[in-house]
Design a protein around this ligand. Structure first.
Ligand code: UDX
Length: 456
């Protein structure tokens, strides 16, 4: 670590795995550049403080009941958290600022800024009232974040009434999303979301800057447009895990036997299957995936996390013993994997993914082609970029059927189409890899961010 620069940054992640990982990675980057780090976090999904002995962790009460912590409804969870956390965060920040002021000259550390998630909608006015600059860390792709504010308008324009024949059409206001993707995004959302989005837009525009785990090479035109829309500095600092490879911010313990099992497999022979930390599927989907994997005859490493099947705590118990035996002949099932290490492994040849932004970027960084099975929200856009813009993956188009899954795996691993995808993925990996190297676009953006934060 560089010598302390006398500045402290306070970070406040949303308590979701896909948000905690990039925030802790950013904390590590800033710490390595001389900043002291304080992480405010909820009791629910608290990060493991013992994994980061050089950071200060402060837990605040989140007011969630045991039942509320079990909900699969992310929007409800975010609403409750925003309602319950405002007052404790206010108290916490006030105390931190007061104690920073009262430190002796020798120990004095100025709190330069707050960095939190775009999903916290009370923090901007709060930071403003305390005279504290606030930066917004965003865990989506820039093009999704920028365009998703148009969703309420699209709902009003009755996109839901689109004809069947128009389903494949592109949504002009939200490229390269197709109308059928938009229906899936809008279908499950309600007007409550519109108010939430309006607040998010307002608080983002009032912030001191926006930080994305992306880079110019993955964002094409969207960055220029986002700069026009938000009118605050935008930093695309690149895939954060590249700086600190081993993820210590996992809320679940990764099954390390995944790696010893991969060591026994041939190069580029294994399909890795994981749908991140939030997605839930039905029991019949679970069975279709199981059969699809088995019938493909390709070795597989499959993450079946507790809670993957809604209303069942141990989804694996839903799979009949006889099928488990057949699955074990060819593959390995784990409850949580060390994903970044897995994707790096020479044995991995493909990733059947839900296309969360972290998973998508991690896959690109390791040059692993994807089979796209997006379920919700930004995943649908990320999957279009993977399959149709960068053309580094095959889209399952939502068909969770054993034959479709088997067919997609064969196309990727055994057919010339797969070879072409692999070639394109190698080029994309190299481009993104270059962006974090000295003088690359993400490298420059990170330097700019550090200078900017230091100036407060
Ligand atoms: C959520 C949203 O669902 C996603 O759409 C959004 O882009 C980010 O926030 P999540 O669904 O958890 O995230 O997916 P993803 O963004 O891919 O993040 C999952 C993280 O968990 C990744 O960093 C991945 O490496 C890690 N992971 C996943 C593991 O470490 N082990 C696993 O077994 C599975």
């Amino acid at each position: 670590m560089e010598k302390s620069n006398g500045l402290r940054v306070v970070l406040f992640p949303l308590p979701l795995q896909g948000c905690i990982n990039p925030m802790i990675q950013l904390a590590k980057i800033l710490h390595s550049r001389g900043f002291s780090i304080t992480v405010i976090h909820t009791r629910f999904n608290a990060p493991k403080a013992s994994n980061h002995p050089l950071f200060t962790f402060i837990q605040i009460p989140d007011g969630l009941s045991e039942t509320e912590t079990q909900t699969h409804n992310t929007k409800l969870l975010l609403t409750l958290l925003n309602r319950n956390c405002e007052s404790p965060v206010r108290d916490c920040l006030t105390t931190l600022l007061q104690s920073a002021d009262s430190e002796t000259e020798e120990d004095k550390q100025r709190i330069s800024c707050l960095i939190d998630d775009s999903g916290w909608i009370f923090t901007q006015p709060l930071a403003q009232s305390l005279n504290l600059p606030r930066f917004v860390l965003n865990t989506f792709k820039v093009s999704f974040f920028r365009n998703h504010f148009v969703l309420p308008q699209l709902r009003r324009e009755m996109y839901l009434l689109s004809q069947d024949s128009e389903q494949e059409d592109l949504v002009e206001e939200f490229p390269p999303l197709r109308k059928k993707d938009l229906l899936r995004i809008l279908g499950v959302e309600t007007e409550l979301l519109d108010q939430y989005l309006a607040m998010m837009l307002e608080t983002t525009k009032a912030s001191s800057g926006l930080i994305f785990m992306s880079c110019e090479e993955l964002e094409q035109d969207s960055l220029r447009q986002a700069r026009e829309d938000f009118k605050v500095p935008i930093f695309t600092i690149g895939p954060s895990h590249i700086h600190f490879p081993a993820s210590s911010s996992s809320l679940l313990s990764p099954d390390e036997t995944s790696i010893s099992w991969l060591d026994k497999q041939e190069d580029k022979s294994v399909i890795y299957v994981s749908f991140g930390s939030i997605v839930t599927i039905s029991e019949s989907d679970l069975m279709e995936i199981a059969w699809g994997l088995r019938n493909s005859n390709q070795p597989f490493l499959w993450v079946v996390r507790v809670g993957l099947v809604a209303h069942g705590t141990e989804p694996i118990e839903a799979i009949p013993e006889e099928l488990i035996e057949r699955l074990n002949e060819k593959g390995k099932i784990v409850k949580w994997a060390p994903q970044q290490e897995v994707l790096k492994h020479r044995a991995i040849g493909g990733f059947l993914t839900h296309n969360g932004w972290n998973s998508t970027v991690e896959s690109i960084c390791e040059g692993v082609p994807m089979i796209c099975l997006p379920f919700r929200w930004d995943q649908l856009l990320n999957a279009r970029f993977v399959s149709e813009v960068w053309m580094v993956g095959i889209h399952l188009e939502g068909r969770i059927e054993r034959n479709e899954i088997e067919r997609a795996i064969r196309r990727l691993f055994l057919e010339t189409e797969g070879e072409a995808i692999r070639e394109r993925m190698k080029l994309l990996k190299d481009k993104v890899g270059m962006s974090v190297k000295q003088n690359g676009s993400a490298y420059r953006s990170l330097e700019h961010l550090i200078d900017y934060i230091s100036s407060f």
